[in-house]
Design a binder for this molecule. Structure first.
Ligand SMILES: [Fe+2]
Ligand SMILES: [Fe+2]
Length: 144
C-alpha cells in the first residue's frame, strides 16, 4: 500500500483495504485522495489548505462511524473512538509542524500505515460486521 519514504508521491488504495461496506469504503478512498492532494502540494499555502481538508474529512468520517457505533451499542465503541482520537492527533502533530515550518511528511505515512494495517482491518471491520448483522436482524423483523 503506502510506500515509505520522502519520494512517495502517491498512496495507492488497495482492494485489501475494503471492508465490504460501500459507504465506509468510499469515505476511506476519499481519505486516500485527500492524502495524495496533501502529498502533491507545492507550497506552504497548498500544504496548509490540503491538510486542513484532510483533517476535516477524517474527523467527519470518524464522527460518522462513531454515530453508527452509538446506534448499535458496540462493545468496542470506546476502543474504536480512542483509536480515532489517536489518529486525529497524528494529523494534528503534522499540522503543528507545518505551522512551525518544519514539515515531516512521514507523519502522514505513519497515520496511513496505522490506519490501514491495524485500524481498518480490525476496528472498522468489526463495525461493518455489526452493521451487517443488524441489517440481517432488521430483515428478519421485516420478514416475520
Ligand atoms: Fe474507524
Ligand atoms: Fe473508517
Amino acid at each position: 500500500m503506502v510506500s515509505l519514504g520522502e519520494y512517495c508521491l502517491e498512496y495507492q488504495w488497495e482492494e485489501k483495504f475494503s471492508t465490504g461496506d460501500e459507504a465506509i469504503d468510499l469515505q476511506h478512498k476519499t481519505v486516500f485522495e485527500l492524502s495524495n492532494a496533501f502529498l502533491q502540494a507545492h507550497d506552504k499555502d497548498q500544504l496548509e489548505r490540503t491538510l486542513a481538508k484532510l483533517l476535516d474529512y477524517v474527523k467527519q468520517h470518524f464522527a460518522y462511524e462513531e454515530a453508527l457505533m452509538a446506534q448499535m451499542y458496540m462493545v468496542d465503541h470506546e476502543e474504536h473512538t480512542l483509536s480515532h482520537a489517536l489518529l486525529v492527533e497524528r494529523l494534528e502533530i503534522l499540522r503543528g509542524r507545518l505551522s512551525h515550518d518544519s514539515l515531516d511528511r512521514m507523519e502522514l505515512t505513519l497515520f496511513l500505515n496505522h490506519w490501514t494495517s491495524s485500524h481498518i482491518p480490525r476496528l472498522d471491520a468489526n463495525l461493518v460486521e455489526c452493521l451487517r448483522l443488524c441489517e440481517t436482524r432488521r430483515g428478519d423483523l421485516l420478514g416475520s
